[in-house]
Write a protein that binds this ligand. Structure first.
Ligand SMILES: Cc1cc2nc3c(=O)[nH]c(=O)nc-3n(C[C@H](O)[C@H](O)[C@H](O)COP(=O)(O)O)c2cc1C
Length: 180
């Protein structure tokens, strides 16, 4: 332990390894302008039943949409969508149609009104079940209503992110605990 150095609290958070970055699809209340927000703060809150969560700050246009709507989609982008992921994280749905901006395709949800993003590897339709504020973000948790996944999906296709850096997983797992 003596070879470790002290780190401030922000440095502690920012040193964490990268995790999936997701594109969240939202319909507005009148169903007029669909929106996409890039979210790095995504987590699995329960496996049985499956509960997923995303964290969004009040400053975002998507915050308003999440407050008004019970449904959203969590879409897992592949590495080739990197620039579009950045574009959705640097523009606001308050003045920009991000589907038009990026050329990403909105597909009507199968079980919800929220738009799925066709070009993503996985589309998860979520029904919001609870939300709560924690520090500078509001967490929106929801149950899965439906999932679509590309054929032949492999985890190393997905994009990872943290602290301003995009990563991807190594080609193969170091070890698989599940039997083949
Ligand atoms: C890689 C990346 C990750 C981001 N993660 C989050 C996040 O977890 N929560 C959040 O509120 N904003 C996050 N942002 C910022 C929003 O995506 C950004 O402010 C966006 O323009 C908001 O769009 P909106 O105004 O249409 O909601 C992230 C941006 C990038 C580029």
């Amino acid at each position: 332990m003596d070879d470790k150095v002290d780190l401030d609290h922000m440095g502690s958070v920012m040193s964490l390894p990268p995790a999936p970055v997701v594109l969240v699809g939202l319909a507005d209340n009148e169903g007029e302008r669909n929106n996409i927000i890039t979210v790095g703060m995504f987590n699995v809150f329960s496996v049985r039943p499956p509960i997923l969560g995303i964290a969004v700050t009040t400053a975002r246009h998507s915050y308003k949409l999440l407050e008004e709507n019970d449904e959203f989609t969590i879409n897992i982008p592949g590495k080739e969508l990197l620039e579009k992921v950045i574009a959705c994280g640097e523009s606001s749905g308050s003045n920009t149609d991000k589907f038009e901006l990026t050329g990403l395709t909105a597909v009507k949800g199968k079980r919800t009104k929220a738009p799925r993003i066709a070009e993503c590897l996985i589309n998860i339709e979520v029904l919001k079940t609870q939300s709560f504020e924690v520090g500078d973000h509001t967490w929106y948790l929801g149950e899965i209503k439906h999932t679509d996944i590309v054929e032949g999906y492999e985890r190393n296709q997905a994009l990872l992110y943290w602290d301003g850096e995009f990563w991807s997983a190594a080609d193969r797992p170091l070890k698989a605990l599940r039997p083949d």
